[in-house]
Design a protein around this ligand. Structure first.
Ligand code: ATP
Ligand code: MG
Length: 567
């Protein structure tokens, strides 16, 4: 174990330190001496970047200490859950690069045992059937400053409770007519201990158990028991469960379960300029603000994947933000840094002109074509691509200015610029549309003695990208930007749950339908990532990009603006 300890010391955080100490002290969990964690998503939405933090932590700790991590769906709320969500979650975790132990598990696998344990609680006088209406249960619970009131049903006999609970299970009552509650302490300072509900009646078809049950266990009851049945050693969860820990421990203390896992809380990941709440993300999908759960503007794992984030970049980001006990908001720039950093190492370089304008090299022979060699990566040995150079090329409309500001190093009348990997050209004339006055063509001459060479007797600072008119491939480019204009879109949210929808960035997506890219990418496979030179990182859309319909999504722009790029 010491070997592992030394090796990953630098990624240390308080949870890791707890685990190291537990292992040093030989702390056992039932039969388990290894680290056993679990990731317990509720299949009521797609996973988001916040979940990625929990995934990296749970799977990461198991991996680091040669333990295991279970994937267990917390499926106690059938009306909100679905098979589609289950499948997306499984796919996302695999894609992130993690493997779970054995089969996928479901809390519903334990419904029989949970029921038996509930009977045991009733028999021990630790649980009772309460017949107060839901509203009364709430008011009887009291407040932070006021003790709760005891339910008039609290003293039902064991026999009465067993009979009622069994009748609940058999479907003899309406929803909300009765619930099963733990009998703890209505005066407890911690409201979670004021006789919390353990079971409720729900006539809902369950995606795993069908119509077998009409009583469903509540999350707090299910979670600790599932953890114990799976021999979880460290049950890692987010901070909002800190106040539930006494209940977690109370339930396990009453039951004859194989072990008593240790619940440890850590801070949720909050990221600015976006939302990390499944409920809000679902609202964005349901109201058509975005196209789907995997819309590339969504902070969902599948959205980020479709946008072009690599799994490694997400893992690196989760590693970089660390694990702490205090809530904080992480800057979106950290995530963008992680993806740039990772893609810089692997993305192939190509040239793509987003907003084309035609440039004609008047002294270049018509019909002539030469192949220019360009490296696929500036640092790595990823080979070369050939780019056909011809008399007519497209350049970025932005790279030309009729009245250039000072220090403008791109193309302007009478000025020279280098076409990347090619020749130096000089702007001799512009052709304009007669009615609109817009520049439609730029006429240049080229200096034939500048291929791979500096021009004689003068300095040409600017280098711009281009593609050959005849051979470039038309493509669609989707420019994604932050989904919200404000750093914390959900602030002040309590008064108006829809207020975050008023802070959307109207330019979060701009679609360019007439861009052109090098012929090199003709056979591109979906999800291939490129650096479009001088522009940013782009990824062939996972669903829409085909050889006859090229579609690229902007993952992130380059940190250093185009002006700095050197030829
Ligand atoms: P949401 O509020 O988005 O619905 P949740 O906590 O209800 O999230 P679950 O499916 O229950 O979603 O989450 C599975 C696991 O992921 C839980 O252990 C939860 O604590 C963790 N998790 C959820 N959101 C975050 C986050 N923002 N940061 C870190 N961990 C998170
Ligand atoms: Mg949850």
């Amino acid at each position: 174990m010491s070997e592992v300890t030394n090796e990953s010391e630098k990624g240390s955080h308080f949870i890791r330190q707890i685990i190291v100490k537990d292992l040093e002290q030989g702390k056992k969990q039932g039969k388990s001496v290894v680290v056993q964690t679990r990731f317990p998503p509720e299949p009521n939405g797609y996973l988001h970047i916040g979940h990625a933090k929990s995934i990296c932590l749970n799977f990461g700790m198991a991996e680091q200490f040669q333990g295991h991590c279970n994937l267990r769906f917390d499926d106690t709320n059938p009306e909100k859950e679905s098979q589609d969500y289950i499948e997306s979650i499984i796919e996302d975790i695999r894609w992130l690069g993690f493997k779970w132990q054995n089969n996928v598990k479901y809390a519903s696998d334990y419904f029989d045992q949970l029921y038996q344990f509930a009977l045991a609680l009733i028999k021990a006088g630790k649980a009772y059937v309460c017949s107060l209406p839901a509203e009364d249960i709430r008011t009887y619970r009291g407040t932070l400053t006021e003790a709760g009131r005891v339910s008039p049903y609290r003293n039902r006999t064991v026999e009465e409770n067993l009979a009622l609970f069994e009748a609940m299970r058999q479907g003899q009552y309406q929803e909300a007519e009765h619930v099963l509650r733990a009998k703890i302490d209505m005066a407890a300072g911690n409201i979670n201990l004021r006789d919390p509900v353990l079971y409720r009646i729900r006539y809902a078809q369950h995606h795993q158990t069908g119509n077998k049950w009409c009583v469903y266990p509540m999350y707090d009851y299910t979670h600790c028991v599932s953890d114990a049945l799976e021999g979880i050693t460290h049950s890692l969860c987010t901070l909002e469960f800190e106040d539930h820990r006494p209940l977690y421990d109370w339930i396990l203390d009453q039951l004859d379960v194989p072990c008593h896992p240790q619940q440890i809380e850590f801070a949720r990941l909050n990221l600015n300029y976006t939302v990390t709440s499944k409920r809000k993300l679902k609202q964005l999908v349901d109201e058509g603000v975005v196209q789907s759960w995997d819309d590339p503007r969504m902070p969902t794992i599948s959205g980020m994947r479709r946008r072009g984030y690599s799994a490694a970049s997400i893992r690196n980001f989760c590693h970089a933000i660390g694990v702490a006990k205090a809530n904080s908001v992480v800057d979106m720039e950290m995530l963008e840094f992680a993806v740039r950093d990772d893609l810089d190492k692997s993305a192939l370089r190509v040239m793509c002109v987003l907003n084309p304008i035609k440039l004609v090299i008047t002294n270049y022979p018509e019909g002539q074509q030469e192949w220019l060699k360009a490296p696929c990566h500036p640092k790595l040995d990823l080979g070369y691509r050939q780019i056909p150079f011809m008399r007519e090329v497209y350049i970025e409309a932005d790279d030309f200015s009729e009245q250039p500001p000072p220090k403008y190093f791109r193309l302007a009348p009478g000025k020279e610029v280098r076409l990347r990997y090619g020749y130096v050209v000089r702007c001799e004339a512009v052709i304009k549309d007669e009615t609109s006055g817009q520049v439609t063509e730029i006429h240049c001459t080229y200096d034939a003695d500048t291929l791979g060479k500096k021009p004689q007797g003068r300095k040409v600072k600017g280098v711009i990208h281009w593609v050959p008119v005849d051979q470039a491939l038309p493509c669609q480019v989707r420019l994604y930007d932050r989904l919200f204009l404000e750093a914390e879109p959900t602030q002040l949210d309590c008064d108006n749950p829809r207020s975050f929808l008023e802070k959307l960035n109207p330019e979060s997506l701009r679609v360019l339908l007439c861009s052109y890219i090098e012929p090199y990418v003709r056979q591109v496979k979906p999800e291939t990532c490129f650096q479009f030179e001088r522009l940013g990182y782009f990824c062939a859309d996972r669903w829409d990009c085909r050889p006859d319909n090229l579609v690229f999504n902007r993952t992130v722009s380059l940190r250093d603006g185009w002006a700095k790029v050197k030829g």
